[in-house]
Design a protein around this ligand. Structure first.
Ligand code: MG
Length: 384
């Protein structure tokens, strides 16, 4: 029996994990569940899974939930300090990292430092602090297993001792595939939130519309698989059936295919190196054409910007991630236009003059904070 903690339990990957775990009561039990503010949903999940504790990162929401449910089963942690203490003391051996954004970093580090493997869906953690997270995982002897569908595909294709020539990261192209820059001037929040293939949270869906999601995934792949940026390419594949490919040094190329359903990468991460049966829809390739195209990097500059930030290394990806989080939230609040998301990120990256090698968490927190303030300042000129 594997004991786990689910971070970001009420989000899209968290809810998927909830269903996967409920179907495997003999194999997986849940010690703790963490969300940001959605207390009632988290409470219901905690009761259903008989979790020992649940935690809300928002202190006020956690305190309110405690007043509502004073019974203490499950116990309720309020605020990040409480949650980190619960993670550190938990007997769980695996943590699903499915929080959204930079907020996943501290719980991820705490889990690794306390003997837990990370099943990682929260790509922002890897982008903002990839070197540090890998260093902590290495020092504590813990594994990081990808849950992001493309990275799960790569993880499943790789084989120990087999050198790689190229990784081909597939990308649906998002809701605006085929559009010109001119077309994108007037797109709305609703347009951006309408993803053709995947049902996901709002932040990642907007990232999929700018293609910054793929830019972040490029940096994530670099860190997860220790491959140079030159060996990672992006391939537009509108059907989202081929989840990514690995080309080995002899030219042999392996791919992982399946319908777009996050239950598979979640279960693969939980069961690895075993595979468990799942009641999933079989692929019918006689009815499903597969097409591939190069990305339009002229219209979707996010890919180029992310690659440059990754190549610059140090704190530049931290700054990229923070500026993106701020710009996306301003777009969702209808304060800026869609194209301004990337314009703001570009300005913030240009303004960042203190890039340096990362030696610890303090530097990352400082660069993240600087980039958030700078992005908010820059955005004043883009307000609509
Ligand atoms: Mg992905």
């Amino acid at each position: 029996m594997t004991q786990i903690i689910i971070l970001g339990a009420t989000g899209s990957v968290g809810e998927t994990t909830f269903r996967v775990v409920q179907a495997e009561p003999e194999r997986v039990s849940v010690d703790g569940l963490v969300a940001n503010t959605q207390g009632e949903r988290l409470w219901a999940m905690g009761r259903a899974l008989q979790a020992r504790w649940i935690g809300l990162a928002d202190y006020a929401a956690g305190a309110a939930l405690r007043r509502q449910h004073p019974s203490g089963a499950p116990r309720i942690a309020a605020g990040m300090d409480d949650i980190l203490a619960e993670i550190a003391a938990s007997p769980a051996t695996k943590v699903i990292g499915a929080m959204s954004g930079f907020s996943g970093l501290l719980p991820t580090l705490t889990a690794l430092e306390n003997g837990k493997d990370i099943l990682l869906a929260n790509k922002e953690t890897m982008v903002a602090a990839g070197d540090l997270v890998q260093k902590v995982a290495h020092e504590s002897g813990q594994k990081i297993i990808p849950v992001d569908s493309e990275h799960s595909a790569i993880f499943q294709c790789l084989a120990p001792g087999q050198p790689v020539r190229r990784i081909l990261l597939t990308c649906s192209g998002g809701p605006f595939r085929g559009r010109s820059r001119e077309d994108l001037r007037s797109v709305t929040v609703e347009d951006a939130l309408h993803h053709p293939n995947w049902s996901m949270g709002a932040k990642i869906t907007v990232d999929s519309a700018t293609l910054m999601n793929k830019g972040l995934e490029l940096i994530e792949a670099h860190h997860l698989f220790s491959v140079p940026y030159e060996q990672v390419e992006v391939l537009i594949h509108p059907q989202s059936i081929v989840h990514s490919l690995v080309e080995f040094v002899d030219g042999a190329t392996m791919a992982q295919l399946g319908w777009p359903d996050m239950a598979v990468p979640v279960q693969v991460a939980l069961s690895w190196p075993e595979r468990w049966a799942m009641d999933s829809l079989p692929l019918d390739l006689t009815r499903q054409p597969l097409t591939f195209d190069p990305p339009d990097t002229g219209t979707f500059e996010a890919l180029t910007i992310a690659r440059q930030a990754g190549l610059a290394g140090g704190l530049m990806p931290t700054v990229l991630n923070a500026a993106n989080e701020v710009a996306v939230s301003l777009f969702m609040a209808r304060s800026i236009a869609f194209l301004s998301i990337i314009d703001i990120i570009k300005e913030v990256l240009n303004d960042f003059a203190d890039n340096e090698e990362v030696s610890g968490l303090a530097q990352i927190l400082e660069a993240d904070q600087w980039a958030r303030t700078q992005a908010a300042d820059v955005a004043m000129r883009y307000r609509q």
